[in-house]
Design a binder for this molecule. Structure first.
Ligand code: AMP
Length: 245
């Protein structure tokens, strides 16, 4: 595939959101994508869609998704490289769910370096902004067990604690609210265990970078968005030399 040359770093906004399942990454990624006019790329959404339509990729990953384990680094890296090569990702992107391992994070650096060479090739790509949404485990289990997705409009929402998995209609379109297969309690636990084993290395990989920030994901979603945007604006100003922090 042809590599698209990208705009200079000052105008390109490349964001990675990291955090445990249920930290609100998806919700925040959608908001950031809308605000900055860049695509939201969720590897989980891409894989679930593939499973739904039964494509070769879907057949390959269905069992892994159902088990709460991780798809191989090679497959994920190829998938993301292909997606980031599409024209809508030229002005930038919000990555949600990738990278999850250090191998994937190194591959992402290589992809970015190939599309927009860094001034100093021996340093990691300076334009990448990495934002961690931090939430403790107990809160995650509660959140995920209340999470539902509308089968018609696809909007993710939260129901009250004692609601049966598929009891209420979607408040936006009246569609059927369903629990994601991987939000079943047993799978939640496995996903958290999987996350825990990869979280520390990936966070450690990015934490030492100048454009890394962590926000408290337990706050109201609007406050989380405001905190994320404040970091993004600061990092953007830094690039353009306007920072005053
Ligand atoms: P998510 O919606 O991000 O929680 O992803 C749902 C599932 O897709 C995960 O539990 C994994 O099985 C798989 N998955 C998504 N992204 C990745 C990735 N970067 N590496 C490996 N597996 C992934």
């Amino acid at each position: 595939m042809a590599i698209h040359r990208t705009p200079p770093d000052e105008t390109r906004l490349t964001l990675v959101l990291i955090g445990p399942p249920g930290s609100g990454k998806g919700t925040q990624a959608v908001r950031l994508a809308e605000r900055y006019g860049i695509p939201h790329i969720s590897t989980g959404d891409i894989l679930r869609a593939a499973v739904r339509i039964g494509s070769p990729l879907g057949q390959q990953v269905a069992a892994t998704l159902a088990s709460g384990g991780l798809v191989s680094d090679g497959l994920m890296t190829d998938l993301v490289r292909e997606r980031l090569g599409q024209p809508d990702a030229r002005p930038g992107f919000v990555l949600d769910g990738f990278p999850r391992t250090v191998v994937q994070a190194e591959a992402l650096d290589d992809m970015l370096a190939a599309s927009a060479p860094a001034p100093n090739p021996s340093l990691p790509n300076p334009s990448l902004i990495v934002l961690l949404i931090a939430v403790v485990d107990g809160a995650i289990v509660r959140r995920l067990s209340r999470r539902r997705v509308c089968a018609s409009c696809g909007i993710t929402q939260s129901v009250s604690e004692d609601t049966e998995p598929q009891a209420d209609p979607c408040p936006y379109c009246g569609g059927r609210l369903v629990r994601r297969d991987d939000d079943e309690p047993a799978t939640i636990q496995r996903r958290l265990t999987t996350y825990a084993s990869f979280a520390e290395p990936i966070t450690g990989f990015y934490r030492i970078r100048p454009r890394f920030a962590s926000v408290d994901g337990l706050r109201h979603a609007d406050e989380v968005t405001a905190a994320l945007c404040a970091h993004i604006e600061f990092f953007k100003d830094q690039t353009s030399g306007r920072s005053g922090r």
